[in-house]
Design a protein around this ligand. Structure first.
Ligand code: ZN
Length: 475
């Protein structure tokens, strides 16, 4: 009898066939059942066999199928027939539980097609395992509802809504779109939604409408970044419009003008300053446009809302007639979002948050193509190693020495366990089973619900860590 290549002590391996791409392992369950699962009687007799093919973890780069010679019994007491249960097997999928778990983890990191190819199942199966895995994670992983919440736009195939915890610099969710209904539904379902005190957002009416409706207590604040960049846009339009009226020769004299003009005044190098002075002399309107941009940014140097409003009024009054059309979008936006824009001066958002979010938005398009939104969202939200916890307890890893656990890992190069994932405890809806036996004792991979797991607060996915992981291609 060959050695138990499967490393599944509850099975006896009888034969192994190996081909270029596959292992075909023939096995049977080690311990036969001794009682009827329906009535408990021990008066059971053999009633034939059938072969079931169970998929298992790929091994040595090959796909693995286990052909289990499954025994059937008849109970002399109640007359029912039943097949023995297959330990370690998810009978709904005819796969080992460890394969289902591994596939779930892999499906977050890789494309469904590549997981399907490695294991020999269809893309559809991988997708279905992925969905179950995500549901499992969603059920176990709870992020704290931020008191300071931020909602912004992020591009994942299409524009989506990213929900962040501003105080902790973490992402807590990504919503499929930016519609009012989507956002309102999400906010409504939040645990402790009445605890949200401040809501930072970009100037997007559906966000504001949703928050006003569902979180009436939250004070809405528009981050300065979203307002200030409108001044860059205005300056750009003014610059382009002016260039159109110039001769090619004059235009050549304006080399790198965009680059220099978009810089803040304090960031100009001596060379930039020299160039800018020359342009301003020749084209005063360009100088005015630059002055307006800088002036608008410096409104945010104000210390209080009244100071800021005064500074803004003075700025708006200083726009020369010939530039009004370019700066009109700012005047309109400030009119529509007056309270929220000046609310910033009472409750400024940290630069750390804004910078790391912008950084995340920048690296986001490195996440590979070929993923669905759900997969991308899962990659981000359940990125292993990126959660931000309160660190008052020892790390999870110390508990991973349990011998039962090792037995299942050795030799298989299993990836890191996701600490919060537990295999479902019983196969459900097993087909063609005439007797419902009590579920077999499933080896739990880690002691469940230790205090560590539930007392620790999880604030979400650390944005800086996440951005770094994306940049390094780790997720
Ligand atoms: Zn019986």
């Amino acid at each position: 009898m060959p050695a138990n290549i499967l490393n599944l002590p509850t099975y006896i391996v009888t034969r192994i066939e190996e081909t270029d791409h596959d292992y075909h392992v023939y096995a049977q369950v080690k311990d036969a059942p001794c009682a009827c699962g329906q009535c408990g009687s021990t008066q059971i007799v053999g009633f034939g066999r059938r072969e079931q093919m169970i998929r298992d973890l790929p091994m040595h780069g090959k796909r693995v199928g286990i052909y289990v010679d499954t025994r059937r019994y008849r109970c002399r007491s109640c007359g029912r027939t039943f097949y023995e249960l297959l330990p370690e097997v998810d009978e709904k999928r005819l796969m080992t539980r460890r394969l289902v778990k591994w596939m779930g983890q892999q499906s977050i990191k890789r494309t469904f097609a590549s997981v399907a190819e490695e294991t020999g199942v269809t893309d559809t199966t991988v997708k279905s395992v992925f969905r179950d895995y995500i549901n499992e994670l969603e059920a176990h992983i709870r992020f704290e509802t931020p008191k300071w919440m931020g909602i912004d736009e992020i591009h994942l195939i299409r524009p989506r809504c990213v929900v962040a915890n501003i105080q902790n610099n973490t992402v807590v969710d990504i919503l499929k779109d930016r519609n009012k209904k989507t956002v309102a539904t999400y906010l409504f379902k939040l645990d402790g939604r009445d605890q949200v005190k401040y809501m930072a957002m970009d100037m997007w009416n559906p966000y504001r409408d949703a928050v006003r409706e569902v979180l009436p207590q939250a004070q809405i604040v528009v981050d300065k970044f979203h307002v200030q960049r409108m001044a860059n846009d205005a300056l750009e339009k003014a610059r382009k419009s002016m260039r159109e009226q110039l001769t090619p020769k004059q235009r050549r004299g304006l080399m790198h003008d965009r680059f220099v003009l978009l810089k803040r005044e304090r960031e100009l190098t001596p060379k930039d300053r020299f160039l800018l002075d020359g342009w301003v002399k020749n084209y005063p309107v360009l100088g005015e446009a630059y002055r307006l941009k800088e002036g608008f940014f410096s409104i945010w140097d104000s210390q209080t809302p009244p100071d800021a409003q005064k500074a803004y009024q003075a700025w708006a009054n200083s726009i020369p007639q010939e530039l009004v059309s370019f700066y009109q979008p700012i005047l309109t936006a400030v009119g529509n979002w007056h309270r929220e824009i000046f609310g910033y001066f009472e409750h400024p958002i940290t630069n750390a948050y804004t910078e790391s979010l912008n950084n995340l938005i920048r690296v986001m398009n490195r996440l590979g193509r070929g993923y669905s939104f759900e997969a991308l969202r899962a990659k981000i939200l359940f990125a292993e190693g990126a959660f931000k916890h309160t660190n008052s307890k020892p790390k999870f890893e110390r508990q991973r020495e349990a011998p039962a656990m090792k037995a299942y890992e050795v030799g298989y190069g299993l990836p890191e366990m996701n600490e919060l994932f537990m295999p479902s405890s019983a196969p459900s809806g097993a087909m063609s089973r005439t007797v419902a036996q009590p579920p077999p004792k499933v080896p739990v991979l880690r002691e469940p619900s230790t205090q560590t797991e539930y007392l620790q607060k999880n604030y979400g996915v650390d944005i800086s860590t996440l951005a770094r992981m994306i940049e390094n291609g780790e997720i």
